[in-house]
Structure formats: C-alpha cells, structure tokens
Design a protein around this ligand. Structure first.
Ligand SMILES: [Zn+2]
Length: 69
C-alpha cells in the first residue's frame, strides 16, 4: 500500500462521512450519493453487523460497520 492509495481512501471516507454517520444513527432513508448526487438516492442493504450502501448510478459501494449495543 502506498501513500497515494491511503490518501484516496481517506478522501473517500471524508466524502462519505455524512452518509456513514447517518447510517450509524439509523437514518437510512433519503440518503443521497455524495459523489454523483443521484436523485433516486442510495440503496441500503443490512447484513449481519454491517450495512452496505450502494449507489445505483455511479456504482459506488461503501460498507458501514454498525455499532450494536
Ligand atoms: Zn453515486
């Protein structure tokens, strides 16, 4: 892993921070892709212990680790 790849990952996480934060807070409706602002919103799929958020337009997939109490 080189520095450039780490920079890209950090940039991705900062762009998606609001979405990840919302999912962690249980808000999964009306989320908009921060990269393409696709009006149809994001698809949210719950798996065991994590949530997969995907954009039907630009095909970005972001995995969110959900804190369970
Ligand atoms: Zn998108």
């Amino acid at each position: 892993m080189n520095d450039n790849a780490e920079d890209k990952l950090a940039a991705l996480e900062s762009v998606w921070y609001d979405v990840i934060d919302a999912v962690n807070a249980g808000r999964t409706n009306g989320l908009i892709c921060p990269e393409c602002q696709h009006p149809d919103g994001l698809q949210v799929e719950e798996r065991q212990g994590r949530v997969e958020v995907s954009c039907p337009n630009c095909k970005r997939v972001v995995e969110v680790q959900v804190n369970t109490f």
